[in-house]
Design a binder for this molecule. Structure first.
Ligand code: 5GP
Ligand code: MG
Length: 183
């Protein structure tokens, strides 16, 4: 158990993610994609990606990129750095970028530009578990979305505060002072 207020309980998350898997499978089946490359954005997407790929019924390969846009705390620095790039060719492939959350939209914008320019895939789509439309600076919406949420800093199901709380199975609202942590 954890002391935080649950925003989306584990079973609701699982249920939605499995429906997203079905939607995504149908989309790529209809496009007659030979192979799909699923790209997880580390670290926050790892739990979502693990559940999502297990509910796909189209063949896929899995790769990861790592970006950093948050220093310590709950405010995005806006200064995005690519810490780990894709090392396999994506030219001609269908790519699905898997993100934990789209907040201002700056990270996903940066990543989509980077992937298009440097890796030239055949297509790119985005699956995000969470989306905060009130914070968007560029109106980028995910092609496949789990839940729209209000402007609250959330943790759990892979999402962290200062690298903590990723293992919490629910999506919960982070509140300072509930747990003492070493920063
Ligand atoms: P954006 O560039 O869209 O503002 O932010 C995207 C990244 O910021 C996400 O991939 C995520 O790592 C982090 N982020 C944004 N909002 C939240 C939040 O409410 N909780 C957590 N833990 N991370 C967030
Ligand atoms: Mg992230």
């Amino acid at each position: 158990m954890h002391p935080f207020k649950v925003l989306i309980a584990e079973d609701k998350v699982k249920e939605r993610v499995s429906k997203m898997g079905a939607e995504i499978s149908k989309y790529y089946q209809d496009r007659k994609t030979k192979k799909l490359v699923v790209i997880g954005v580390l670290k926050g997407s790892f739990v979502f990606l693990a559940d999502l790929v297990r509910s796909l019924n189209v063949p896929c390969e899995i790769e990861f990129v790592e970006v950093s846009s948050y220093g310590a705390g709950t405010m995005s620095s806006g200064d995005i750095q690519l810490l780990r790039d894709i090392a396999v060719p994506l030219e001609g492939q269908d790519v699905l970028v898997v993100e934990d959350i789209i907040d201002t939209g700056r990270t996903i914008y940066y990543l989509l530009e980077h992937l298009r320019k440097s890796h030239r895939p055949h297509s790119i789509a985005v699956a995000a578990l969470l989306y905060k439309p009130s914070r968007s600076v560029n109106q980028i919406k995910p092609d496949f979305l789990g839940f729209t949420i209000e402007d609250k800093f959330v943790i759990g199901y892979g999402l962290d505060f200062n690298n903590r709380f990723r293992e919490i199975p629910d999506v919960a609202i982070y509140e300072e002072g509930k747990v003492s942590i070493d920063l």
